[in-house]
Ligand binder design. Sequence first.
Ligand code: GLY
Ligand code: MN
Ligand code: MN
Length: 518
Amino acid sequence: MEATDIEHSLVIEGEFDALSIEVKAPDSLHVGVAKKFPAKSNARKVAKALGARDGIIFLPGQWNMNWEDSDQGPPFRQRRYFYYLTGVNFPGCSVTYDIEADKLTIWIPYTAPSTILWFGNTPGPEECLARSDVHDVQYSNKLSEYLASRLAKVKTLYVLRPSQMPKFVEFDNLKPRLLIDTASLQPVMDEARVIKSEYEIEMIRKANAVSSEAHKQVAMSMYGLSNECEIEASFLSSCTAQNAHTQAYPIIAGSGPNASTLHYDANNQPLAGRELLVLDAGAEWDCYASDITRTLPVGSTFSPEARAIYDLVHQMQEECIQRIRPGVVFRDLHLHATLVAVKGLLRLGILHNGTADEIFKHGTGSAFFPHGLGHHVGLDVHDVLSRDLLRPAGESMWGKRRPIGPSSLRAMVKQAMAGNANANDATAASGDRQWNMLWPNMIVTVEPGLYFCRPYIEAYLLRSNQHKNYVNQAVLERYWGVGGVRVEDCILVTDNGFENLTTAPKGAELLRILGVHH
Ligand code: GLY
Ligand code: MN
Ligand code: MN
């Protein structure tokens, strides 16, 4: 290699006017540090949505934790609402936003030298100011003094929930004259977070690029691998080597019947003799998630049954992706995917004794496609307002407090939803924004699947004689070995359509990489 082949820039060293050469890291390692985290703009968006001209927003960040009776703990994970206002990803911080003064301040811990010896230093004020667009960074020992003086003057303190109230001695004296609002912040932050900023789109694009590359690496090395654990290891190794150290959710590498367990996580079975492998895996980039699923034929046993289901799920996905644009009700897309599935299963003879329309309306399709078509992706893999995506029109959650609870991990599809389909009833949104509808700059997954989970399907068919009547048991018998097929991409809604942020090979392209003839 010639020196001139190295990407570099010349840097003038201030003090001596000397020249030094700074070798540029590959672009991929730069994304995420090149742009400042737009914390001010996020805070202003939230304050505007609150409709408040005065008050203090206060959010504590996450602290380090240890397991019970142990000096070890889980990997640090920053609180997402806190991160949204700061871009700060280390423990022990807080944030205040003074709405009237338009002043966003991050409060950081001082790290003692004895702690630095063991764990390294935490970022100081200059580093935080360089990384995040905020007005000020202060050490936390000044926080109570600041809060005491500001809270004595403003009317309202906004916190996310009662457990996140500030904790300092004088606070009790201030409480009687303060309006403490523990209800308004979360809904408005959800509504801010669900529409992604340019910065967030770049982060999620990067998370997708890293994970797509890792999916491709797995496909290229697939035939050297003989156990699900090696698939998991290969994916993880590729992400880590690209400097993405955190997965957005536990890797699912399920072969054969394991592919029909939606959140399978054992990842320890041999691949030999299995037809398909579902690999659902996505890394985070700077706290932003990706969520990608590919289904890969295992070895040369790509049976006609597996092939047919593989093609059908890709068709379900492609037809839904092509329909994505602002104004589309996401539930309609789910129903469309179900209809495509029912038609396909009829063609294959797994369904019979009825028209596609009849079987679709009866809800038999969700025995095979039992989860929602997708969810939002952002600071969480199942990002804020994901539950609202699958609601019918008219059932807006606008203005109501949403319980946090475990998010709709690939929400189960109720029979009522799958069956009583009236695509037209879902388009009559009016008034405030309807969060079951797609808006520009949302990022959603489109992840149809068909599964042959024997216990689930058998139990499902017991629900009605009509279900049983629509299913041809003899044909179904040939499909148990297929296990399951899912394909999942992250799709950005643009002003007049969509952009697929996931570049991992799929469909015919994936089969070519795997050397499977088609
Ligand atoms: N990987 C979790 C999901 O697809 O929702
Ligand atoms: Mn998903
Ligand atoms: Mn997934």
